[in-house]
Write a new protein. Structure first.
Length: 308
């Protein structure tokens, strides 16, 4: 059924996209392959699946850098400006795009069609390492942690590519169909894995997992810890207080900290688990493989967590 409907969806969206202000302008410049820029790893993965070998898809953020807080250089901005298509996540992700001049005719807000499903959060101002002070804009940004939101973003990428002739229509339709099928399967796998964890209160070291929690019925409170860094004594004290308040039994780290941090958390009665939110390239596997592995690890941690 999916294969019978994808072509129509892509054509309909492509017509709407082509008529909007985001896709006015000239045809793609002649070159060996169109160049597509993505502001995070999931969009790069989706675009590669949709385009196949028809386009070069670039994620310009250096390895190890969180794209949420990346500050592009003038050379980086020039590279992005020269792309044939620029894939934005929307939902307030990568705020640098609002501070530089980018060609509007090549911008694709991949989450626009599902903006009614955005999750509103508190506005918090703080800093991350050398990234400088920043604010969470009041909207949860990690939309791809709900595979159904990811499917909508992938469909938007396909529509934009069809509207601009980035890749042959048949290739786009085939790539999107296969990707949507895989995302459907991923959603079913994660739902089955996490269903037993729905009654287990959890805490995350950073507010990344709102869409994951909403999709799969999880209860996840959040701290504001630095990714992969050992917490201070004050932060551990705050964790203990939140644990007492919520009855949490699992702590979700977005990146693995030193072993001493794992030990300190275990000592206060929480089960540790690392769930990379995948804004940057996962340490192992691709988007569906890393997502599935993280979901299974989270399910195991919930099952093994100390009882109340």
């Amino acid at each position: 059924m999916r294969k019978l409907t994808v072509a129509g969806v892509v054509r309909s969206l492509a017509m709407a996209v082509a008529a909007s202000v985001f896709f006015v302008g000239s045809d793609v410049a002649a070159q060996d392959k169109p160049r597509v820029m993505a502001v995070n790893y999931p969009l790069q993965y989706f675009a590669k699946r949709v385009f196949g070998d028809s386009a070069e898809v670039v994620f310009p953020v250096p390895a190890g850098v969180d794209p949420s807080f990346w500050r592009p250089s003038i050379a980086d901005i020039s590279q992005v400006q020269g792309a044939d298509l620029i894939l934005l996540n929307g939902a307030g992700f990568a705020t640098w795009v609002d501070r530089v001049s980018l060609p509007r005719s090549r911008l694709v807000n991949t989450s626009r069609a599902v903006s009614d499903r955005f999750i509103v959060t508190e506005t918090i101002t703080h800093s991350h390492g050398d990234g400088g002070e920043h604010s969470h804009e009041g909207v949860a940004s990690y939309t791809w942690l709900d595979p159904t939101m990811a499917s909508a973003q992938a469909t938007a990428i396909a529509a934009a590519a069809a509207a601009r002739g980035i890749a042959p229509a048949e290739a786009i339709e085939a790539g999107l169909s296969a990707l949507l099928s895989d995302l459907d399967a991923l959603d079913a796998l994660v739902r089955a894995a996490l269903e037993p964890a729905q009654g287990v209160a959890m805490i995350a070291t950073h507010p990344r997992y709102q869409y994951l929690a909403a999709r799969y019925g999880l209860t996840i409170d959040a701290l504001q810890w630095e990714a992969g860094v050992a917490p201070t004594a004050a932060e551990l004290s705050g964790l203990s207080a939140l644990m007492a308040q919520t009855g949490a039994r699992v702590l979700i780290w977005e990146a693995a900290p030193p072993q001493a941090a794992f030990d300190a958390v275990a000592a206060i009665g929480l089960r540790n688990v690392v769930f990379e939110p995948m804004a940057k390239t996962p340490s192992a596997g691709d988007y569906p493989a890393a997502f599935a592995a993280a979901a299974n690890a989270l399910a195991d941690a919930a099952a093994e967590a100390p009882a109340d």
